[in-house]
Design a binder for this molecule. Structure first.
Ligand code: PEP
Ligand code: MN
Length: 336
């Protein structure tokens, strides 16, 4: 950290601040300028006590961190892109994957038809919420453990890998028995207790960006998972809350580019929740591929009109092959 002292701070006060810095476990190096004096506090900011408290000192103008709040997730720590294994399929470091499936698991028949249509396009990883985080308590909350049994049946019948969401600590263990990758949704991106519990299960986690989370906060949430034992993560941009209402959420393509530079873990986009309507899913998916994502997670349902949740944004699974055909040339150009 760099401690900037107020102009013309007297020598005995500079010494006092250096002493305080030392007491917090850092090695203070005093650099005297003409007007300003700065103290470089040498030490690991992530494991030492914070110097934030020094901001209160009457002779201190500012305390500036040097290290990023996320270390294990950062490219400074690990320069090469990392690949993550979901079931038997890799994503990241040149492995592009589409994850597809309905918003919610509604029945065995619904899931079977969706999976059949998805697998026919070559996609190997399916999604579907057994537990749904809904804005309204009156909305469909998911089938719960029955939904997990249906997802297990899909794995057995189609040899697909499964991504499904965790909404609370009470069903983490049962969900982890079925899921190859655990999804943390936008609403829980900064639910740190849930992140800690999910991390300990030892499965890869797909971490969605919160609707009002900065890239730094999102990557710090990823750091929570990694510090607590999560073996690998996939970061997912799904749109943020802005003044714009023409789309359900504003897809932040800039954040994708930043995240790709900042972290070595795979970054993917969910164009469905950003778009909110089916006609916008393809152009947003194309924008994401252009920005360099490692994959997409897309909602598709055999009968979207009668879907229990997110009906407007789900691609009819009978038309999912058209969606994939439209993307394929772009994927080939971008990832050859
Ligand atoms: C979902 O993937 O179904 C979901 C609820 O997404 P989000 O957390 O991005 O809203
Ligand atoms: Mn949904």
């Amino acid at each position: 950290m760099i401690i900037v002292l107020r102009p013309h701070t007297p020598d005995h006060k500079i010494k006092e601040v250096a002493e305080l810095t030392k007491n917090l476990g850092y090695d203070p190096r005093i650099i005297k300028g003409i007007e300003h004096t700065v103290i470089a506090a040498v030490g690991d900011e992530l494991t030492h006590l914070s110097l934030e408290s020094l901001k209160n000192h009457p002779f201190i103008q500012n305390v500036l961190p040097i290290q990023k709040p996320y270390k294990l997730a950062s490219r400074e720590y690990h320069a090469e892109s990392s690949k993550v294994k979901i079931g038997q399929y890799y994503i990241g470091a040149g492995h592009f994957q589409v994850i597809a499936g309905p918003c919610a698991v509604e029945s065995y028949e619904q899931m079977k038809q969706a999976t059949k249509d998805i697998v026919a396009t070559g996609v190997k990883i399916i999604r579907g919420g057994a537990y749904k985080p809904r804005t309204s308590p009156y909305a469909f909350q998911g089938l719960g453990s029955e939904g997990l049994d249906i997802l297990q049946a899909m794995k057995d019948e189609f040899k697909v890998a499964v991504v499904t969401e965790i909404v609370g600590v009470s069903h983490v263990d049962k969900t982890a028995e079925v899921a190859d990758c655990l999804q943390i949704g936008a609403r829980n991106c900064q639910n740190y207790h849930l992140l800690e519990v999910v991390a300990k299960v030892g499965k890869p986690v797909l971490l969605k960006r919160g609707m009002a989370t900065t890239v730094s906060e999102w990557l710090s949430a990823a750091e929570y998972l990694l510090v607590n034992g999560c073996p690998s993560i996939i970061l997912c941009e799904r749109g943020i809350r802005t003044f714009e209402t023409a789309t359900r959420s504003t897809l932040d393509v800039g954040a994708v580019a930043v995240a790709k530079q900042e972290t070595h873990y795979p970054v993917i986009v969910d164009p469905s929740h950003a778009a909110g309507k089916v006609s916008l899913v393809l152009p947003l998916a194309k924008a994401a591929i252009g920005a360099g994502v490692d994959g997409l997670i897309v909602e598709t349902h055999p009968d979207p009109v009668n879907a229990s949740s997110d009906a407007a944004q789900q691609i009819a699974s009978g038309k999912f092959s058209e969606f994939m055909d439209s993307l394929r040339p772009l994927i080939e150009v971008c990832y050859k």
